[in-house]
Design a protein around this ligand. Structure first.
Ligand code: NAP
Length: 279
């Protein structure tokens, strides 16, 4: 990669951002296509978000990803939102068109693509248990409802947040049955898929949702990708259930963002291969 006077800048803002694998996968894809862009990490503290967005606009970066803790907080500093980002209320991708900043949310699309590719799972009509009600859960519920999921049981430690999410999206998507609860107490024999959207498991702590409540044909998806096998996925594997971690979602949301910025699709499978160290 040669940086010259014409090189265009992409990046990611977050706090922390040093652990992010997005620079690796985006730069590999830019290189492979010979595009004159570079993707760089920008550590941005919470209290400096407005200055950072103004600075990125001022220097004319082409676009940037947004990660924890800025996905919701960045919204007031943007000029426009895609319909998905507007309904989800959070942004993970920003495109700069001559100083006009548009926010997108590609997490939900990334999840649905990964469910299809990594688990062979089609959400249409499916019965899903989704643990968590934060930003990632909102994107997931939005995408699963858009794909006509039959029923989603939202399980969250703070049950009021789950209730509010279920009520809000029930109005937008009346064909999907949305239910909220504070714990998975009974067996969920009819559940087709359990998804963890919380950060529980990153530190190898077990999630309270146990795959033992599922029937043998169910699948388990954990949005966490480091560690590659959380206690939830280990328990699912021991039970012989189909399971996948969030690496496919990370790659797929990145592919959509890459195309938004460059109008070119990255080579198929390249970002995921970069993430798992195959290239
Ligand atoms: P968030 O908005 O902060 O939401 C966190 C959620 O986790 C909330 O529902 C919270 O429950 C729950 N939670 C946190 N600690 C808990 C605990 N000790 N016990 C039970 N529940 C707990 O975060 P987010 O943006 O949704 O991200 C969540 C996870 O998704 C992170 O691990 C992130 O890396 C991952 N993610 C992965 C991808 C990917 O591409 N693979 C994309 C986006 C996000 P309360 O409401 O009760 O606080």
């Amino acid at each position: 990669m040669m940086i010259s006077g014409t090189t265009r800048i992409l990046g990611i803002i977050g706090a922390p951002v040093a652990h992010s694998r997005s620079p690796l996968m985006h730069n590999r894809a830019l290189d492979a296509l010979g595009l004159d862009f570079v993707y760089v990490p920008f550590p941005v503290a919470q209290e400096r978000l407005s200055e950072a967005v103004a600075g990125l606009r001022a220097v004319g970066v082409c676009g940037f990803n947004v990660t924890i803790p800025h996905k919701v907080a960045v919204v007031p500093f943007l000029d426009r939102l895609s319909p998905e980002a507007e309904q989800i209320g959070a942004v993970n991708t920003v495109k700069n068109d001559d100083g006009i900043l548009t926010g997108f949310n590609t997490d939900g699309t990334g999840l649905v693509r990964s469910l299809r590719e990594d688990l062979g799972f089609d959400p249409q009509g499916a019965k899903i248990v989704l643990v968590g009600a934060g930003g990632a859960a909102r994107a997931a519920v939005h995408a699963l409802c858009t794909q006509s999921a039959g029923q989603i049981v939202i399980v969250n430690r703070t049950v009021d947040t789950a209730r509010a999410l279920a009520e809000e999206f029930s109005e937008l998507f009346p064909k999907t049955v949305l239910v909220a609860t504070g714990a998975l107490s009974t067996r969920h024999e009819e559940t087709d898929l359990l998804i963890n959207t919380t950060s529980v498991g990153m530190d190898c702590v077990s999630l309270s949702a146990d795959p033992a409540v599922l029937a043998a044909g169910a699948a388990v998806y954990d949005m966490i990708y480091a560690p590659a096998e959380t206690p939830l996925l280990a328990a699912a594997r021991v039970r012989g259930l189909r399971c996948a971690n969030g690496i496919g979602m990370l790659a797929a949301q990145g592919e959509v963002a890459f195309t938004i910025w460059t109008s070119v699709s990255p080579p198929e499978g390249l970002m995921k291969a970069a993430l798992v160290g195959r290239i």
